[in-house]
Design a binder for this molecule. Structure first.
Ligand SMILES: [Zn+2]
Length: 201
């Protein structure tokens, strides 16, 4: 994978995953967009507060018996506190693990769906159809992107507001995130403590 230098502080930056869209310089915290011709600065943002997590950027281990490397995380602030989304290389693919007060879910299928219903009209308990999937809406809420760390395959600028919907489809967890520009649709499963093993812990 290509190597670059931070456009702000000059530190060497290595892009580890070809799906990464943004890298956060670990020295000066400048957010850098990965483009065809190198890195584009997307602003400097404060370093994330260090909340306890079983993961850290660069850590490796296994989830459900398959290897992972944690590449980076995005943090969101909502009424109930904070949650993190970890961008991972997982068994040769990319995946997201959400972590909310120690409760983790693994999302391996991510797709952009065009025909997702208007967020404003969605209510908990309602059934909606997205593509060929029937989804029962469990929760709807808003969050603000606090910032990022490491390498990210999905990026929303800090300070942006997102609306999220959590639901269930076919016994699987479904998470839909609406930003100003994009709708991301994830399918996943909750993880138990025993499903996750981190090297060195
Ligand atoms: Zn830098």
């Amino acid at each position: 994978m290509p190597s670059y230098n931070c456009t702000s502080c000059g530190a060497p930056i290595e892009v580890k995953n070809r799906f990464s869209k943004v890298i956060v310089c670990q020295y000066c915290n400048t957010h850098l967009k990965v483009g065809d011709n190198g890195l584009d600065p997307a602003g400097k943002h404060p370093k994330l507060a260090d909340f306890p997590s079983i993961f850290s950027v660069g850590c490796r281990g296994s989830i459900l018996g398959k290897p992972f490397t944690a590449l980076g995380r995005m943090r969101y602030k909502y009424d109930g506190g904070f949650f993190d989304e970890w961008f991972m290389e997982y068994d040769g693919e990319t995946a997201w693990v959400t972590e909310d007060e120690g409760a983790c879910s693994l999302y391996t299928d991510l797709f952009e769906a065009a025909d997702i219903p208007d967020i404003g009209s969605l209510k908990p308990g309602q059934n909606i159809t997205v593509g060929d999937k029937r989804i029962m809406v469990k929760e709807k809420g808003t969050a603000v992107v606090e910032g990022g760390e490491g390498e990210l395959g999905f990026y929303v600028e800090p300070g942006s507001k997102i609306t999220y919907v959590d639901g269930i489809s076919d016994g699987k967890k479904v998470s839909i995130e609406y930003t100003e520009n994009e709708i991301e649709f994830f399918i996943g499963r909750p993880l138990l403590k025993k499903d996750i093993a981190v090297e060195g812990q």
